[in-house]
Write a new protein. Structure first.
Length: 399
């Protein structure tokens, strides 16, 4: 009996050893290559260095330039050139950056408000990296006044228009079953446009992020994982829980969550515009996004047409759908980061696509119960109208 137990223990250890052995061999191979090289002796034509300008902050004393070494090797910033003139600068912590290391450069330069400026960094290997200031303006500081201003911007860009859209609920309650199906199809059209727009904006930000972080890939990874994550949550819910809760209310909250993530991205754009000193652009974005977002409230209210929601439900939906615009404005104005923004856009797109999937299933189920086609001409018209309406209002933002 004891021998059998010992054999079982040895068998388990052998299984673990079989699993670990390939990893140990791989580690040994990488160690050999790192120590002795690949065996190919060639002189590198030019040093490989990649330096990214993460942010250029304008203060009363000059420029604060935050840089990141996203290249494969250590690099050293040897000289600083501002507007074609060599300039003294100090570094914190050091002008030498390890891989993935960051540093802040303090340049005491008398910049001129409204004028463009160009900063060049020359490494010890002679490579030049350039950062531009399109129109100089003092970077807003994160004080209480600015914090409240950004909060107000996010409120009337996100919460107010979504709330106004929800006011169409009493009017839509008078629709017939076919009319409700058309409104749901209209919602799918809205969300489809938002999904495409969110992915496109995420890819643009991902392309501007340091290449080593694969920003465009993060958009697709975030979208796929968030979509599958939400699907997994739905499938793990018990039937009893689904019957106990109002399914229409659940779908409305899902729509509000997906739209909220999209509005987070809109807040990022507005906050980043004001932080860069482009106040005219920021004001234009506020007007455009406000008009653009009023249709989102209609989409959030659509699944509630057969339910009896309370005022608290509508308040929660307005905050959930529009509130993230406030957070986005804070992030964009104070700590904007292209890589994280690309990931957020991907997550938002995946959430929106999952909501489209849920609404489509609801439409198919209701159409089957009513013995009507799920894709009728009325539903097709609603879908098309949703896309066209979002496209037309988006013209107020894109230029």
């Amino acid at each position: 009996m004891q021998s059998e137990i010992i054999n079982k223990k040895l068998g388990k250890k052998a299984v673990w050893l079989l699993g670990i052995m390939p990893l140990l061999l791989l580690a040994g191979l990488i160690s050999v290559i790192a120590s002795w090289g690949t065996g190919v002796e060639e002189q590198q034509a030019a040093p490989i260095e990649v330096l990214n300008f993460e942010r250029i902050i304008l203060t009363d004393d000059g420029f604060e330039v935050r840089i990141l070494n996203s290249g494969p090797k250590e690099l050293t910033v040897a000289q600083v050139v501002v507007d074609d003139s060599f300039w003294n600068a100090s570094f914190s912590p050091s002008p030498t950056l390890e891989r993935f290391g960051s540093s802040t450069i303090y340049i005491p330069y008398p910049w001129v408000e409204g004028d463009p400026h160009q900063i060049k960094l020359i490494t010890s290997n002679g490579l030049i990296f350039t950062g531009d200031v399109p129109a100089a303006m003092k970077t807003p500081t994160a004080d209480t006044n600015r914090f409240l201003q950004y909060s107000l911007i996010g409120f009337y860009v996100g919460v107010v228009p979504v709330g106004l859209g929800l006011l169409w609920y009493p009017f839509m309650r008078r629709f017939s079953s076919k009319g409700i199906q058309a409104v749901l199809a209209f919602t799918v059209g809205l969300l489809f446009f938002l999904a495409v727009d969110t992915i496109q904006e995420g890819l643009e930000l991902g392309a501007e992020a340091p290449g080593v972080f694969q920003g465009t890939g993060l958009v697709w990874f975030g979208a796929a994982l968030s979509f599958l994550f939400l699907i997994a949550i739905d499938q793990t819910k018990s039937k009893k829980a689904i019957q106990h809760n109002d399914p229409g209310k659940q779908v409305s909250f899902k729509i509000a969550s997906g739209i909220g993530l999209h509005n987070l991205g809109e807040g990022l754009a507005i906050g980043a515009a004001f932080a860069a000193g482009e106040a005219a652009l920021g004001s234009f974005l506020i007007i455009g996004f406000t008009l653009h977002n009023i249709t989102e409230g209609i989409g959030i209210a659509a699944p509630l047409l057969k339910a009896k929601p309370t005022y608290k439900t509508f308040l929660a939906l307005a905050l959930l759908g529009g509130g993230p615009a406030i957070i986005g404005t804070w992030i964009g104005g104070f700590v904007f980061n292209q890589t994280l923004a690309a990931l957020f856009f991907g997550i938002g797109a995946g959430a929106i696509i999952q909501v489209i999937y849920v609404i489509f299933k609801m439409m198919v189920r209701d159409a089957k119960a009513a013995e009507a086609p799920a894709v009728s001409w009325l539903n097709f018209s609603g879908l098309t109208l949703g896309i066209l309406l979002m496209y037309v209002t988006a013209l107020l933002v894109n230029f």
